[in-house]
Ligand binder design. Sequence first.
Ligand SMILES: [Ca+2]
Ligand SMILES: [Ca+2]
Length: 102
Amino acid sequence: MKWPLLILLAVAMAGAQFWAEGQAQSQASAWFRKLDRNRDGYLQREEVSRLRGIPEVFDEADANGDGKLDPEEFVRAEAILQKAKLRSLPPQSKAPPRTETR
Ligand SMILES: [Ca+2]
Ligand SMILES: [Ca+2]
């Protein structure tokens, strides 16, 4: 039987959020190092320019306003993005209506 895509998506998102709580730090830092091309320990705007969504939240995530993201700010950017994604999803419908006919 096929699960409605929306339910799968919702479950995946909920799971991802729990998972992200614990994993965000280590995963983000690995990604961070990869993105930090000049290895100065910060992500400049150019270094994230190819990432979808990050440039849009760059200023919001740049808490100290120095024009670059440190690892903590990068995690913040991810979180902002995640929230934006969740918000852009259509509101979750409750249990699917039972339309089975017997
Ligand atoms: Ca850098
Ligand atoms: Ca900063």
